[in-house]
Ligand binder design. Structure first.
Ligand SMILES: C[S@@+](CC[C@H](N)C(=O)[O-])C[C@H]1O[C@@H](n2cnc3c(N)ncnc32)[C@H](O)[C@@H]1O
Length: 340
């Protein structure tokens, strides 16, 4: 049975259940609203594009794109028959129109002329779709990748990380950042084979998933520049050591989310906007450091940020951890602040 929900500016029929799982007749996860909100917010900062919602499920994302964005063309695809029917139903409900396909994702991409934006939002790992997605993304286009196989990227199954992501993962306080950076490098390596440079423009971790948006540049020099920024971080990697966010894009997204009356989104955007200005890989988790160093008291995060800034360093919260800070301060200097 369907129920009707509202999300963003659209209504949609979706299957609901107490436990969200891929066993639903057609998948819909209300917790992924944030993922869809960010996608819309990000795409609003670019000129109209040819958009592909490669694995559309209920079509909620594509319907939101159709209602909330300007675009050149829009294709929503899912290999599941029930899903295709539901996408069409939701399209009608919202009085929007776009192409609906019912193909295997890789076949759809193979048979297409390519797209300016491809949204890869699978169950688990995006690996089966990366090769074709990077081949079919246009120059200057955007590739969005979700990965929900977080355990495979954050050190719970190190053998799995090695097999699937060609890297060593570590289960520690930095695991969400290192996991995201391992995923980014994997996408970049798949694209590098085809002389395509995938530059991360907005990448984050939330709840149970990783999400990375890349802008595609073509050319050997660009690719070489990307690969040069692969290395180890705290025993994890090789991984992407470069920027997770494009500073200009993040600032524009923050500005444009301000009128949306969405406190969670705005809070998140404020944090990542601050983070985007600090060009470091890895963050400091105050609780982990205090415990490791046997410091008797924990200073408030806000105080530590203030003190680090007063001492001339860049410092912000990090969206990766409620107890973390991102800063260009040295470990020793931070310890002095924590011990005060
Ligand atoms: C996590 S859901 C997508 C959720 C959707 N993007 C949203 O925001 O609500 C994954 C979808 O991928 C579809 N799928 C899985 N493998 C596929 C494949 N090889 N080709 C096309 N669709 C596929 C599933 O049927 C499912 O509907």
């Amino acid at each position: 049975m369907y129920s009707m929900i509202e999300e963003g500016s659209v209504k949609a029929y979706v299957h609901t259940a107490e436990k969200i799982s891929k066993e639903l007749p057609v998948f819909y996860n209300p917790a992924m609203k944030f993922n869809r909100d960010i996608s819309v917010l990000l795409l609003k900062q670019f000129p109209p594009m040819s958009l592909c919602d490669l694995m559309a499920a209920s079509g909620i994302r594509a319907v939101r794109f159709a209602k909330e964005l300007k675009f050149k063309s829009l294709t929503a695809n899912d290999h599941d028959k029930e899903s295709m029917k539901l996408i069409k139903k939701n399209m009608k409900l919202n009085k929007v129109s776009f192409t609906v396909e019912n193909k295997d994702a890789n076949r759809l991409l193979l048979e297409s002329k390519g797209f300016d934006y491809i949204d890869v939002d699978p169950f688990g790992s995006p690996n089966p779709f990366l090769d074709m997605a990077v081949k079919k993304i246009s120059r200057g286009g955007l590739l969005a990748v979700t990965a929900t196989d977080t355990a495979a990227l954050t050190g719970t199954y190190p053998k799995s990380t090695l097999r699937k992501y060609w890297a060593i993962s570590k289960k520690n306080e930095l695991m969400h950042e290192t996991g995201l950076r391992i995923l980014i490098r994997k996408v970049q390596l798949v694209a590098a084979q085809y002389d395509k440079a995938m530059v991360p423009v907005f990448s984050f971790f939330k709840d149970h998933y990783f999400r990375a948006f890349f802008q595609c540049a073509k050319g050997k020099e660009e690719v070489d520049r990307i690969v040069k920024e692969h290395g180890m971080l705290n025993g994890a990697g090789p991984l992407w050591l470069g920027q997770l966010f494009d500073m200009g894009l993040t600032a524009k997204m923050l500005k444009s989310c301000k009128g949306m009356n969405d406190k969670e989104l705005e809070k998140f955007m404020k944090i990542v906007n601050d983070e985007s200005k600090i060009k470091t890989a890895g963050f400091f988790d105050i609780h982990a450091i205090v415990e490791r160093e046997g410091i008797k008291h924990i200073r408030k995060k806000e105080e530590v940020v203030k003190e680090a800034r007063k001492a001339g360093f860049k410092c912000s919260e990090t969206h990766f951890s409620g107890t973390g800070i991102r800063s260009d301060i040295s470990y020793e200097r931070l310890l002095r602040i924590l011990k005060q």
